[in-house]
Structures are given as C-alpha cells and as structure tokens.
Design a protein around this ligand. Sequence first.
Ligand code: GLN
Length: 455
Amino acid sequence: MIESYLDKIQSTARLNAFIQIFGNEALSRAAELDSKKDRPASWGKLYGVVIGIKDVLCFKGHTVSAASNILKVYTAIYNATAIQRLIDEDAIIIGNLNCDEFAMGSSNENSSYGNVLNAIDESRVPGGSSGGSAVAVQADLCMISLGSDTGGSVRQPADFCGIIGMKPGYGRISRYGLLAYASSFDQIGVFSKNIADLALTLSVISGKDEFDSTCSIAEVPDYSNLLSTDKKFKIAYFPQSLEHTSLDPEIRSGILKLMETLKLQGHSLEAVDFSYLDHIVPAYYVLTTAEASSNLSRYDGVKFGYRTPAQVSDLQELYRKTRSEGFGKEVQRRIMLGTFVLSTGYYDAYYAKAQKVRRLIVNKTKDVFKDHDLIIMPTVPSTAFKFGEKSNDAIEMFLGDLYTVYANLAGIPGISLPLFKHSNGMPFGLQVMSDRLNETTLLQFSNLLMENPAN
Ligand code: GLN
C-alpha cells in the first residue's frame, strides 16, 4: 500500500505538493505495523493510516523549514504533540508538505520551494497557506493531511481543491511543535475526503498538553461515535456576508439555494446582523503581523537556521543580512508591518484599536451562539484563481480572506465542506462554524450535509 502511494507521489511530482518524501522510513514503519496485523486488539486508532504533514510541524529528525530559506538547514529535535499522538496511534507519516513561507499567504505562491498546482486545473492556485496539504489529499497522495490555520489556511485551500478542511476551536489542539506565525490565532487543522476520517484524526490529536498552556484542558469528546444525529439545527447567517460586493454571484446563489433546502428539511435559518464584516480583514492583518514580527525575531542567524556567509562587522549587520537574505518578500512585508503597528507612535492607532475590534467580534459571536448552534458563510468569495492573478496586489490577496479570518479572530471552530461546483469547473465550499470548543455540533451537521448533500 505504501508503495502505491509512493508511486503516485512520484508520478504527480509536478504538482509540487511534497517537500520531502519519507519513503524508506514509511516502508519500514509499515513493515513494523504489519507484524501485528493478526492482532487487531493491539492496533492504534490510526493503524496504517497514511498521513502527510505541513512543513510547519516538527517531526523529530526531519527538516522543518516553514518553506523558508531561513530554516532549510534546520532539523526538528522533538515531535510536535499532534505528530507524537499520530505516531502513538500507529499512523504512517509519508512526507512533509509544501506551503506558503511561514504560513503567510493564500495561494502557495510564497513558498521558497515553488508553487503547488491545483490538481483540478493546474493553471490555478491550490490556495494557501496549506496548499501542499490540500493537494496531497485532493490527488490521493495520502489519506489525511495536517495543515495550520491562522486566518483560513486550512479552509480556503480545502475550498479551492474540493475537499474537506477543518480548524478546531483555539486551544483544542496543542500548538507545541507548530512553528508560530501568530500565536493567538494559530491552530492545527485537518484535511480529509470524509467526515469520519476527520473526526477520528481530530479525536486523536486534540486535548490537553503540558507543553502548551494555551491548550484547553477540556475533555475531548469521542467525535467518531457522536456523528449521527437527527437533530434540527438552529443556523445563523450574516446577510452582510452574502451581500458583499466581492462575492461571486454563483457562490451566492449556490449557498442561498442550499439554505432553502435546509429550511425544507426542518432546520431553522435566521439572519443575524453583523456590521463588522469590513473591519475583520484589517483587524486580522494588524494583529497577526504584530504577533509575527515578535515570533519571527528568533530567526536571527545566531541561534539556528540560516546565517549569512557575508563578512560582517557587527551583530546588527549579521541580523540584517541574514534576515534580508533568508526571508522572502511577503514575510519581510509582514514583519515590517507588524513592527510598525507595535511602534510607540502607532500602537494605539493600530494595534490597540484592532484588539478592540477583536473584542467586539468575540462578544458578538458569544451572543450569536446564545440562540444558535451554527453560523454559515461562504468559505472564499471566489473559486481558485490563476497563478499570478493576485500576486502583485497584496490588498486584493488579503481581501480574499474576508470570510475565513472571522473564525480565528473569534477563536471558534470552522470547516469548509465541498458541496458545490462552479460553471468554471472549479469546486467551492460552504463554511460552517460552531461555538468555541463545540466541534461535536459542527461535525454532526457536516456529516449530515456530506452524507446527504442538500443542494
Ligand atoms: N491567508 C491568510 C494569511 O495570509 C491566512 C494564513 C493562514 O491561515 N496561515 O495570513
């Protein structure tokens, strides 16, 4: 079985989804697992499941680079908690996957390993930042993959590639061993082709962890056994999200039609006024770049990773040269933006203000979930675009994150379900969100929709 995955990975190498393939290691791990194939009682929950991981997750003894030149020479010295838990349940990790540098991007065009191609239409982007993780599942190069989602990096590429992508609520999965982008937003997420696989993987990697104090100590429900329900859900939607000028009319009509069907099926759908929509992308980019500028200060050429080979006269010059040569343009832009919004003269005008916007959004979200089980929204305003179409216009690229950054600002779980096809031939998804740490409700509703597509 591993051989067939390895063959497929080789024959689709042009997609550029994988950065490294752990071929021999995966084969010997499979042989090791094979030795207990007659003893099902000894099998872990993910016995023999072939998994790919985004290049931001530490897998001991393997390079982890966040697709950045600054970390290409760095080898992980421990396992991320999520990775350790996969291994403990007998999963096989087959390789690590391409992404935007430091998970900053929406198209995978910011990787130092080059673009990842969307397997449905190779002239189009797979989305980002977890583009390799999405394509690896889309093209059946592994069964499940892990990504990270700071502002949509799991849900948006899942939408563009026609698969399922979910980020749980903030704190559900330990971030220990996940290279940080914006720590108060980052969450590990899962890509799959069905809800059962996703639920099982999520239950394995979730839960308290002494190595991450922001990880919730709440019990992890047995998601797999809770999927079936005949419950009628109370669903909220924000009219502003469906009326937004950037939304492709076909995506709008697809979702409106689905909403009608859901009503006929007995679910309730209620419009909830949400006046913050145009403020969420700016707030997201102020806060995440601020956090990134701090998190990425550790890559200085002294402690680890790339160091400039140039002769330097002092430490300042070593830092400057190392960081200018090691970081790509998008990462540099964000470090500078983040440093700016945190600087004395601008802190109140930008950073503090964005924090207030976040507070309003969190409060509003709490209110919505007092009377509703779920919120639905498009995942992305457009389908997968062509390479180069947005890469010279940062603002336009950022605005594409309109619907996904909300869940990260609010810390709630979100999923993109591949329910639709556009007349341009590309898939698009429905985004569903639930209350903080209520992944069970989200997965139940998702299961219902995936088993019984209402559209
Ligand atoms: N596209 C968003 C950004 O560029 C989200 C990235 C992410 O979730 N890692 O920041």
